[in-house]
Each structure stands twice: as structure tokens, then as C-alpha cells.
Ligand binder design. Structure first.
Ligand SMILES: *Cc1c(COP(=O)(O)O)cnc(C)c1O
Length: 372
């Protein structure tokens, strides 16, 4: 049937018709109409974190990782030393890009089923004075862990270290308040919890560190300071902007504001999460994480223990019923993931659970209960 499948993934996400329709026009990148949209989007983004007084926001073309890479390149001096708090796949990606850009990088490993530890961070910063910046992934999308942003930010502030936060899968859903939480940079993107389409990221940079960032980036296209200065001067993007993505994001933000902003979005995703968890537990599935550290963004489930289980078959079966699941990203155990984000509500989550039940039936599996 000619209906889009529901994306239960960490992005791209299911978007509203209104957001999709916003893309049916052509815009000139020099034109004042388009520059007005860019300016409006930037103002709205700053309001979401209450950062008008303390931060600027710099958009960048590309997927979310482009903006993480740009933030590290722009913020960290070439002789800087980055400590990555690692409890999952996106942390490892941040460490890899930091190393590739020639910055000294130390990885502090934690279990992928637990939060990173602010106390261990404090000990590390006391022991190694050469560290200049800390990288934290707010919601580790690999397993779905909600990391303790406020506590990590407090430790970094006490030690005078710069904090770079990848808030890609949490921004606009989990609370982030720049008036209370001190960070030098925070990164998110158009195609995640704002429910726009993918194609641009944006980085909040603390005004107090902005000037010092000039000339640090070894990349022309990824230099956020340069992008910022040019945008402030001309109202334009330095290089061809993703015009359709920007106007879709403006439309998505209007709907986000009408829904009630971040608290309303968190409430809807929490409802989605609870509907999913209850439905899946009826089928015997067990979530991988302790609910105390689970963000209502994406849920990792242990794979069924039944020998007839096969992810490819499971995926194809759910897909045929209109739902796109996501593979697991853990190294030790077999899992799969189900996203709770996007322009969907509890009805879609109920239907997703029904599709999963039928997929089990297709494979001849009586219960989602894992082996152990
Ligand atoms: C989605 C995501 C990214 C960016 O991934 P892209 O594929 O580059 O868009 C980065 N970090 C986290 C935590 C994410 O969830």
C-alpha cells in the first residue's frame, strides 16, 4: 500500500505531512526570505535551551556526525587533550573523529549497560592536568542510556575544563537548560527529536569561549567559527545551504512550539516508551537496560532465546506490516532496538507491538523471552 512505513529508529524519523509539504518549494540561498527562515530557526533553537544570554547557535550542513566533528575541531586547540566518557557506540565514534583530527584523545571506558560516572571523572581530572576538554554523549543511542549531564557539567566546571555534549538524540526531548548547566558546546541535528528531516546539524557554543575558537579548525568546511562570523555578517550560510531541510525544520519547530515545547515532547515520548515496554513485556521481551537509567528515546531489547529467532526474518516480518525496527549495536549480547521518537504516539506504539507479535508468530516463536 502507498503509505510510508513508521520509522522506529533513531533517525531519520517519521515526520508530519505539514513538515514534508514545507519542502515543496525552491528557495534562493541569497534571498532575504530564506535568510529570514535561517534567522528564525536560530532564534528558536536558542530559546529551547534558554541560551539567549550565554550561547550562540551555529548551523552546519550534513548529518549529525559532521557537527560533532566540527565542534571538536572548532573548540579544541590543536594541542588540546580530549577525554571521552565512553559507554557506547556513539562515544567511540566521537573518540575516533577526535583522534583522526590529530587531537590527543583519552578514552575512559564504562559498561554499556551503565551511566558514565561523574565521580570517576572527577578523579581522572584531578590525576591528569593535561586534559582540556571532556566529551559526553547525553543519550547514548547505542543502548539508550540517559547519562548524567548536570553532574558531569558540574565536575567540568569545578575543574575548569571545557565540556562538549553530543545531545543529538536528546535535544528538544530531555530537559537541557543553559542557565543551569555549563557547557562549551552542545550538538544536535534537524532529523531527531525536533522531528525535522535529516541534513543539518547545529552547535550551541558558549559566548565566553567563542573568540578563542578562531583558527583552531584544520578544516575549512567544518569551521564553525568561520560559519558563525559569516552568518552574523551576511545572514547567509557560507556554502550552499540545505534549503529544503531548513524550511522543513522551521515548520517542525512551529509544531514543536504549538505542542508545548520540550516538556510536551518528553511527555509524548514517555507515553510512547511506556506503551512499548508494557506491550513488549506482555510478549515476554525483556529490556536490556535498568529502567532507572533508560531514556525514553530508544529501547534495546534482548533478542528472544528461541533458536528459531533470526533478526533479518524478524525485521522483514515487522516491515511487511509497516514498521521499521533497528538492529542492536551492542558488542556482547544479541539485541534489537525500537525507537520511541518521531511524529508518532501511543497508537502507533500499540500497532508496533501487534506487528512484533505477528512477527514472532511467523517465526513460530511462542515468547520473546531471552535465553539466560
Ligand atoms: C544520531 C546520532 C548522531 C549522529 O549520527 P548521524 O548518522 O551522523 O546523523 C550522533 N550522536 C548520537 C548520540 C546520535 O544519536
Amino acid at each position: 500500500m502507498d503509505r510510508d512505513k513508521i520509522l522506529l529508529t533513531p533517525g531519520p524519523l517519521t515526520t508530519t505531512l505539514r513538515t514534508k509539504l514545507a519542502m515543496l518549494r525552491d528557495w534562493g540561498s541569497w534571498d532575504s526570505d530564506f535568510n529570514d527562515v535561517t534567522a528564525r530557526v536560530r532564534r528558536s533553537l536558542l530559546r529551547i535551551i534558554h541560551g539567549e544570554d550565554t550561547h550562540v547557535v551555529v548551523p552546519l550542513q550534513g548529518s549529525g556526525t559532521f557537527s560533532v566533528e566540527a565542534a571538536v575541531a572548532t573548540l579544541v586547540p590543536r594541542d588540546g587533550h580530549v577525554l571521552v566518557l565512553d559507554n557506547g557506540a556513539y562515544c567511540k565514534r566521537a573518540a575516533k573523529l577526535t583522534t583522526l583530527m590529530g587531537r590527543t584523545c583519552t578514552v575512559m571506558g564504562f559498561d554499556e549497560a551503565s551511566q558514565v560516572s561523574p565521580a570517576a571523572l572527577a578523579d581522572k581530572l584531578a590525576a591528569d592536568k593535561t586534559i582540556t576538554h571532556v566529551v559526553l554523549i547525553h543519550c547514548e543511542t547505542g543502548a539508550g542510556v540517559w547519562n548524567p549531564l548536570q553532574e558531569v557539567a558540574d565536575v567540568c566546571a569545578q575543574h575548569g575544563k571545557g565540556l562538549i555534549v553530543d545531545a543529538m538524540s536528546s535535544f528538544a526531548a530531555l530537559p537541557i537548560d543553559a542557565r543551569e548547566t555549563r557547557f562549551d558546546a552542545l550538538i544536535a541535528a534537524s532529523g531527531k527529536c525536533l522531528e525535522g528531516v535529516p541534513g543539518m546539524g547545529f552547535v550551541f557554543i558558549r559566548k565566553a569561549v567563542l573568540d578563542a575558537c578562531a583558527g583552531r579548525s584544520q578544516s575549512l568546511a567544518m569551521d564553525l567559527h568561520d560559519q558563525y562570523v559569516y552568518m552574523e555578517k551576511t545572514g547567509q550560510w557560507r556554502f550552499t545551504p540545505p534549503t529544503h531541510v531548513v524550511v522543513a525544520l522551521a515548520e517542525a519547530i512551529a509544531q514543536f512550539e504549538a505542542e508545548g515545547g520540550q516538556p510536551a515532547r518528553l511527555a509524548r515520548y514517555t507515553q510512547n516508551y511506556q506503551t512499548l515496554i508494557h506491550g513488549m513485556s506482555r510478549l515476554g521481551f525483556i529490556p536490556f537496560l535498568d529502567p532507572a537509567i533508560q531514556a525514553p528515546i530508544i529501547v534495546t531489547f534482548n533478542a528472544p532465546g528461541d533458536a528459531r529467532y533470526d533478526f533479518k526474518t524478524f525485521y522483514a516480518s515487522a516491515r511487511q506490516r509497516g514498521f521499521i525496527l533497528y538492529p542492536g549495536k551492542l558488542t556482547q549480547v544479541e539485541t534489537f532496538r525500537v525507537g520511541c521518537i518521531g511524529a508518532i504516539g501511543p497508537n502507533e506504539m500499540e500497532q508496533a507491538v501487534a506487528a512484533v507479535a505477528l512477527a514472532l508468530e511467523d517465526m513460530g516463536i511462542a515468547s520473546g523471552e531471552p535465553a539466560i
